[in-house]
Design a protein around this ligand. Sequence first.
Ligand code: ZN
Length: 433
Amino acid sequence: MTPPPSGAAVARDLFALVERLYPLCRSLSGAGVRRTLELLRELIPLELHEVPSGTRLFDWTVPDEWNIREAWIADADGRRIVDFGESNLHVMGYSTPVDGEYDLAALRKHLHVAEQHPGWIPYRTSYFQPDWGFCLSRRASDALEPGRYAVRIDSSLAPGAMTYGELLLPGRRSEEFLVTTHICHPSLCDDNLSGIAVASFLARALGERPRRFSYRFLFVPALIGPLAWLARNQARLSGVWGGVSLTCLGNRGVLTYKRSLQGDGVVDRGFQRVLERRGQGEVSVPFGPGGADERQFNAPGFRIPFGALTRGRHGDLAEHHTSADDMTFISGAQLADALDACLGVISVLEEEPRFIVRAPPGEPQLSRRGIYRAVGGGGGPEQGEAVAAMLWILALSDGRWSLPEIADRSGLPLRGVQEMSEVLVRQELLERL
Ligand code: ZN
């Protein structure tokens, strides 16, 4: 067997993947998304799905497919002062085609700048309202002289499809966990090429090991991407035990895990314990309605306990959604460190002992099994603890709680909980997952 790659090699490879995907013009749909997924298929066997424009997804409808070839603004001398060829952020995502001349006042209605940061190009989209626009630095915008400008956006908005990628890694058991990341941002590194890179490497690592649970990776456009998957997979949602969305993992901040609405799902507990154990000042924060893919999975009607792993809190970093979220804003070491935390949670899910009560639903009838005699002794504090351990195990063992988690939750020593699990297995009341 080849030895596992060193941390430095993983960091380098993660960074190289981001670098390779960086130039592509991704959006909610179109060639840049397909090309991104094609490149990822060199790493992991993603299945590609095409959701036709016009498809109803609950309260939403898949918009037309957007593709763009070139876009620029030229001054009276024919000098290109804004050019999509230099940065794909220069064009508002989903801009309708334009070919005309505008005076500065009329043009300004279609220009977007980052007011607070004169050197940065902001990132803007208009998926659901037909519009066109250019994004440029405030400095460049301030320098525009009154006069006539030639404007061209060679784009198309036409019936086509929205593309997403999916990879199921089946385990011995059908219960599954989801890992999602969005793929709709153009040349932006932390948000969200970092999530794409970490999710891809996590999928590859998981694909190479035996698995107790099943894992499904989704590479989807934000918001309606998760809804597309949810709409197409309603029959299997009861087997989804939770998930996590991976975004913004390459910046300098500490890892922050946003808990699901429910707050103590399997994935919530896994991340909270792993981040605590790592002891790097990383935090878990309560659910809030902002954020990424977790919004859909936690929403009414689904209520799948779904968390989000980021660095820093969503919306805290000014660089996000601007040209400052470039290759210098992230580091391979931070990406590798986020991957390491995710792999730690996988170890919790896969390796910690978990059991299922064999007499569900409801509580098993203990007296008829002579169970109190079996748990030992003639009363006293030790037996009290043993009985408490037994009741906690029986109360929590639906497979979602590992023995260390049951010990934590009950405040009982892990060893006693372990011993009692063995007694209950011998009594055929408990089955190892
Ligand atoms: Zn974003």
